[in-house]
Each structure stands twice: as C-alpha cells, then as structure tokens.
Design a protein around this ligand. Structure first.
Ligand code: SAH
Length: 250
C-alpha cells in the first residue's frame, strides 16, 4: 500500500543505506535494550536488528505505518515490542536511537534531561540548527538555554552531517547526527535551572543583571556573590555559572 507522507509528523525517511549503517555503528547495540523513536517504514529498525539488540522497543505515532511495523514485529517476536503512541507520553530509558521528527526534537530532548539518570546514551538525527544549539560553546551565536541545559548534564558530540537528498521526501534543511551521553547517574534538579535560564536569555542584548532583576530585587548583589560580572551578557556566562545562579537566586 502506498504511504502518504505526513509533513506534520516530520516524515522524512532516510534512504541512504551507508548513513543508516553509520548511525547504528555509533554505539554498541549488541545485547542492549534499545528504544527507537519513530521507526517509520523500518529502515533504521532493520539496521538496528542486524546488530542483535536484546530488546528493541519501537514507538510510532502514525497508525498508517502499523501494518508494516507489525509484520516486522511478527518476524522478530522475541526482540521487538511495538507501541503505537506519541513519544511525548512515553518514559524512555536505556539506549535511544532515532531519526527524530524535527518538530519535536528540542521538546523531546529537554523532556529527556529529567530522565538522564536512567538513560545510558542517545544517538539522534536532528535538524542541523538544533545540533548547533545543543553543542554551542559559550560566547558563540548558537549558545542558548538549550546548550546550557544539555551541557550541564551530558556530553554532546556531532558525528555526521547529512544532506537533504539522503531522505525521501527531501527536507528543506540539513541534518546532523549527534551522540548525547549523560554525565551523571544522579537525579537532576531541573526546574530552578530552567526557570533562571528562561529569564536570563529573554533578551540577549541586555546584561544578565537587567534580565534577572525583573524577578529578584537584589539580583546584582547575588550575581556578584557567585563571582559573575553582573554586566555580562547572557551568552557570555559558562554553563556552570547558570548552575550557581539557580542556587543563589531562588
Ligand atoms: N526512522 C525512520 C523515519 C524517520 S521520520 C527513518 O529513518 O526513515 C520520523 C518518524 O517519527 C515518522 O515515522 C513519524 O511518523 C514519527 N513521529 C512523528 N512524531 C512522533 C511522535 N510524537 N511520537 C512518535 N513518533 C512520531
């Protein structure tokens, strides 16, 4: 049966076999428990299976793809579990691999940070710009809330850039495969940090003091006590400075 691609679900299926193989070679899959988000027509799934995982849990929202995926599940009964749900309703753990739907990539990665104590590693294809934001270093143009949130809790590595012609249908943007490895198994205190980051980055051209004083009257004094120059711009503070501020201001 012909499949009608759903733009709203970010359906760009990867058709280049050597890139599919490269993605599954980034982390050791053998005997591991793997979650694949959005298996689509199963292109990446088949490559994962060749590497013999212990369990492969597929989560796909588009029920039109169900017959194809059920067939694959039938063939690999002992390995595959199939869930037809929205990934944002699922609690993920262990190793996660995905050619992520572009429209939910940032939201999903932010949601995952809270589970970094139980996630071992992530290999994701994302829109190039999202990869740039995730890996941006301090004082560079893409450095933002997302960079700080992720880099405080994980190591982000850009592995491979992928041009639009490797997908069907072709996306408008370039993609990048990234590897994210959580740093610590400790439970993450997330809410305060995210709150401070949202306020701090509200206006990049304002100083950190001026951004933060809207919600804390003695912001300048407290910023100084953290050893940070209150006249710095938000993009010039190291990730760890934000951790200090979240402890000192709230
Ligand atoms: N892995 C396949 C398809 C990637 S396209 C390949 O590499 O070719 C992204 C896939 O994610 C699509 O199959 C789409 O239907 C699915 N998807 C989109 N939003 C989703 C969501 N919220 N939850 C689960 N799957 C989703």
């Amino acid at each position: 049966m012909q499949h009608f691609f759903k733009k709203s679900l970010g359906q760009h299926f990867l058709v280049n076999k050597s890139i599919l193989k490269k993605i599954v070679s980034i982390k050791d899959i053998k005997d591991k428990i793997i979650f694949e988000i959005g298996p689509g027509q199963g292109a990446l799934t088949k490559e994962i299976l060749l590497n013999k995982p212990k369990k492969l849990i597929l989560i796909e929202k588009d029920t039109n793809l169900k017959p194809k995926l059920l067939k694959l599940q039938e063939k690999f009964k002992d390995t595959i579990s199939y869930v037809d749900d929205d990934i944002l309703n699922i609690n993920l753990k262990d190793q996660i691999i995905s050619n992520l739907p572009y429209n939910i990539a940032s939201t999903l990665i932010i949601k995952l940070i809270i589970n970094f104590d139980i996630v071992e590693s992530m290999v994701f294809m994302v829109q190039k710009e999202v990869a740039e934001r995730l890996s941006a270093k301090v004082s560079t143009p893409f450095y933002s809330r997302l960079s700080v949130l992720i880099q405080l809790h994980a190591v982000v590595e850009k592995v491979l850039e992928v041009e639009p012609h490797n997908f069907h249908p072709k996306p408008k943007v370039k993609s990048t495969v990234i590897k994210i490895t959580p740093i610590s198994k400790k439970k993450i205190i997330y809410d305060k940090l995210d709150y401070i980051l949202k306020i701090s980055f509200r206006q990049r051209r304002k100083t950190i003091k001026n951004n933060l004083k809207t919600f804390c009257i003695d912001a300048e004094k407290r910023i100084l006590e953290c050893g940070i120059d209150p006249n710095s711009r938000p993009q010039d503070l190291e990730p760890n400075d934000y951790m200090k501020l979240s402890k000192a201001l709230i």
